[in-house]
Design a protein around this ligand. Structure first.
Ligand SMILES: Nc1ncnc2c1ncn2[C@@H]1O[C@H](COP(=O)(O)OP(=O)(O)OP(=O)(O)O)[C@@H](O)[C@H]1O
Ligand SMILES: [Mg+2]
Length: 387
């Protein structure tokens, strides 16, 4: 019996979440053939707390034991390094999310920034509404468990979400968007103290025990900074993408760069930058660059990702956030709303999804092969007329 034979037998071991063989996924770290037919196999997992460990334990042992001459199989585990994880992510491409509640979610996007108050939540709320207006099915997970603000921005009070007969939490729905927030479970304005394990559990529940259903986009509103929540989510969602929000001044850009570094460290793909609070225009058209200029473009250039939009300061954006209806729905022509809709279209262009109709045509042998949808060009560093 040879290493090749053993490796071949391991092709039958399928990662139930990624739905591919552990050989194809490069997760077989080592195979050692010992005396008397004892085989040691080490499998690399994506995270140390991989819940499907037991599955691998059994299937690896079964697959290898079937070979002639094998008397005993020891299965060991280690964890993929960051580089290996990045390679795996590359191999899987986008949109391959774990089974369970997120199985039918095509794109997960975290909206983050290095610091607070730059407009993450406002942009998340409005991007979700803009994507819905583009005909996409969208959910928002408010992951700011300390300073949740999405319920207010969507006019949802402290209503407890219902639980389905399958014991899944049903997200609340407003303006066509499914919303989940810790705010739904707390007394209004109650302070929350979260410690490590509780925080991890709450976020895991939001992802695994919420019936998100079929979504084109799940937008995740992150708390400020690069702390525990971002790390936990990165661990739970290795395929999520990251949108960085910054204000235009150079110091803000430096802070935002830190969140980019964090995203890189945990192998999350950064898909773009949105500059918020870009400038303010008076009713007679005079422009004031209150928070400076150019920071978003500089950061996008530095990270080599597109600048998805420059969202100006406008009073209605703030007013609508406070009153519970996203501005893009009420006044799509407001300059801030236009910029956000533009950014939303940029996100759509980056994650092209094959039309179901085309897929069906391709699956039918007699039909002529449908031409592949043209690759959408990556929007690159566009600057908007109004900003
Ligand atoms: N472009 C804008 N024009 C006017 N007001 C804005 C704009 N962007 C955000 N705001 C306002 O700025 C304040 C902070 O925005 P928001 O809560 O979205 O920031 P955040 O980054 O989510 O903050 P935190 O870090 O606390 O979660 C809000 O009152 C919001 O209405
Ligand atoms: Mg916020």
């Amino acid at each position: 019996m040879t290493q090749e034979q053993i490796l071949k037998s391991l092709e039958s071991v399928i990662d139930p979440e990624l739905r591919r063989s552990i050989v194809e996924l490069d997760m077989v770290r080592s195979i050692e053939i010992g005396a008397n037919g004892v085989i040691d196999v080490t499998v690399s997992l994506t995270t140390p707390a991989c819940p499907i460990r037991g599955h691998f334990q059994t299937s690896v042992a079964q697959a290898v034991s079937a070979l002639e001459g094998v008397t005993h199989v020891n299965v060991y585990f280690d964890v993929l390094s960051d580089t290996q994880k990045a390679a795996l992510q590359q191999k899987l491409g986008r949109g391959n999310l774990p089974d369970g509640a997120l199985a039918q979610v095509a794109n997960v996007m975290c909206i983050g920034s290095g610091k607070g108050g730059v407009g993450k939540s406002t942009l998340t709320a409005n991007l979700a509404a803009a994507l819905t207006a583009e005909g996409k099915r969208v959910g928002i997970l408010d992951a700011d468990v300390w300073g949740y603000s999405i319920p207010r921005m969507y006019g949802l009070g402290a209503t407890r979400p219902p639980v389905s007969p399958e014991r899944k939490i049903l997200p609340l729905e407003a303006h066509g968007v499914k919303v989940m927030s810790i705010g739904f479970f707390l007394e209004e304005d109650a302070a929350v103290v979260w410690r490590g394990p509780m925080l991890h559990k709450a976020l895991t529940q939001f992802l695994q025990d919420v019936a998100w259903g079929t979504l084109d986009y799940l937008l995740i509103d992150l708390p400020p900074g690069t702390g525990d929540v971002s790390m936990t989510l990165a661990q739970l969602l290795p395929q999520a993408q990251f949108v960085i929000v910054t204000t235009p001044q150079p110091t803000a850009q430096k802070v935002a760069r830190r969140s980019a570094e964090m995203a890189n460290k945990v192998s999350l793909e950064i898909c773009g930058v949105i500059e918020n609070m870009s400038s303010f225009a008076t009713p007679d058209g005079e422009r004031y660059a209150i928070f400076g200029e150019g920071g978003g473009q500089d950061l996008a250039d530095e990270l080599d990702v597109p600048l998805l939009g420059k969202v100006p300061l406008t009073m209605p954006l703030r007013e609508h956030a406070d009153s519970g209806t996203p501005l893009v729905l009420e006044d799509p022509d407001d300059p801030a709303a236009q910029a956000i809709r533009h950014a939303a279209r940029g996100l759509v262009a980056m994650a092209p999804m094959p039309l179901p109709v085309l897929q069906m045509q391709q699956a039918e042998p007699p039909a002529p092969v449908a031409p592949a949808p043209p690759a959408s060009p990556k929007p690159a560093g566009m600057s908007l007329p109004m900003a």
